[in-house]
Write a protein that binds this ligand. Structure first.
Ligand code: KG4
Ligand code: ZN
Length: 334
């Protein structure tokens, strides 16, 4: 059944978001309440506070999503929700809301994987062609995923330590930028006229895995060294060195994966897809290789309900529903 009208809930981290999505591609509403201002004062997401804020806002978000879409609860086909991965307490809130609605309306529940959501955000704006390769880069994830067919996911590479966004945020924190610091580093890097070269972690020649902790340590060491010697810190040159090192490896491995697996498109997704340096360099590499690059608009790159609706639609089509005793799973595998 290709037709669906899904109410989709995302509460895996610090965004409370609910969307109404038709047929896995048309966004009727996508309301998002971000907690960034609350967490900023702590320099990062505080899980306990995240759960409490979700509890406070989820009902309002559900109501607003339906109202903005002009949809009555009785018209919904199913309720979709992020089952994992994410913060367990945060996932629980969305999970309970989803189960309650599914039970009250007597319609199916569709537990959805957060990364499948990030990848299928692309389906809301583009036509995906298979096989394709997805580069997922966010605050919590760094993965290269091969999609041989619709809805089939094979992780061929992942980070062995920090996620890309996490490394950006840690470096930004050391340079005294507010959370989340990724966009600040990006801006600084793009504007720098010189660069401090930093190492690139290619790992084993055939590996598609990533490692960012060594690079992060190199930046922290450079900062400490400058402070100890009383030198002025070349902040922009350092930001550029960090960004170039990250981008080189992400692009090098993505393009090699595209070639090796015969991918017909490269999909970029997750919050770090907003990075200007990454977008520009990846677009150039894809053009040279004559591979279409798909990137969702910014508001669909960061966590949102619509992407969960897009991914859940695939399960709706195959009738893959989730029982009402679904458990939130912080380590859910793709
Ligand atoms: O996907 P997302 O909203 O949340 C997670 O699921 O993690 O990603 C947020 C991450 C943060 O680490 C943030 O610093 C990073 O994306 N980010 C950026 C940029 N914009 C957001 N990192 C680098 N450059 C950017 N322009
Ligand atoms: Zn995410």
């Amino acid at each position: 059944n290709e037709k669906s009208l899904l109410l989709a809930i995302e509460t895996s981290c610090d965004e409370t978001s609910v969307a109404v999505v038709r047929d896995g591609r048309h966004i009727l509403s996508n309301v998002i309440s971000s907690q960034i201002d609350t967490h900023r004062q702590f320099g990062g997401v505080v899980p306990e506070i995240a759960s409490r804020q979700h509890v406070e806002t989820i009902t309002l978000m559900m109501e607003q999503a339906l109202e903005q879409a002009g949809v009555k609860p009785a018209e919904l086909s199913a309720i979709a929700v992020t089952q994992g991965p994410g913060l367990v307490g945060a996932l629980l809130v969305g999970g309970v809301a989803a189960k309650t609605y599914a039970m009250a309306l007597d319609i199916p529940l569709i537990g959805t994987h957060h990364i499948a959501g990030h990848i299928y955000a692309n389906a809301l704006v583009h036509d995906i062609v298979y096989p394709c390769m997805a580069l997922v880069v966010s605050g919590g994830h760094t993965e290269l995923v091969l999609l041989e067919r619709e809805g089939s996911f094979r992780i061929i590479g992942r980070t062995r330590d920090d996620a890309v966004g996490e490394a950006y945020d840690k470096v930004a924190r050391a340079l005294e930028f507010p959370y989340p610091g990724g966009p600040h580093i990006d801006k600084l890097a793009v504007s720098a006229d010189d660069v401090i070269e930093l190492p690139r972690a290619w790992l084993e020649p055939d590996s598609y895995d990533f490692s960012l902790s060594g690079l992060k340590s190199a930046v922290l060491a450079a900062i400490n060294q400058a402070r100890m010697k009383g030198e002025t810190l070349r902040t922009a040159a350092l930001a550029r060195g960090f960004q170039e090192s990250v981008i080189d490896v992400l692009i090098g491995k993505s393009m090699r994966a595209v070639r090796e697996f015969g991918a017909r498109q490269l999909l970029l997704c997750g919050g770090v897809a907003a990075n200007r340096g990454l977008r520009t360099a990846l677009a150039a590499s894809c053009e040279a290789a004559q591979i279409p690059l798909l990137v969702p608009p910014f508001e669909l790159c960061t966590d949102n309900g619509a992407m969960i609706g897009a991914a859940a639609h695939l399960k709706w089509k195959t009738g893959e529903f989730t029982s009402l005793d679904m458990k939130a799973d912080p380590q859910l595998s793709l």
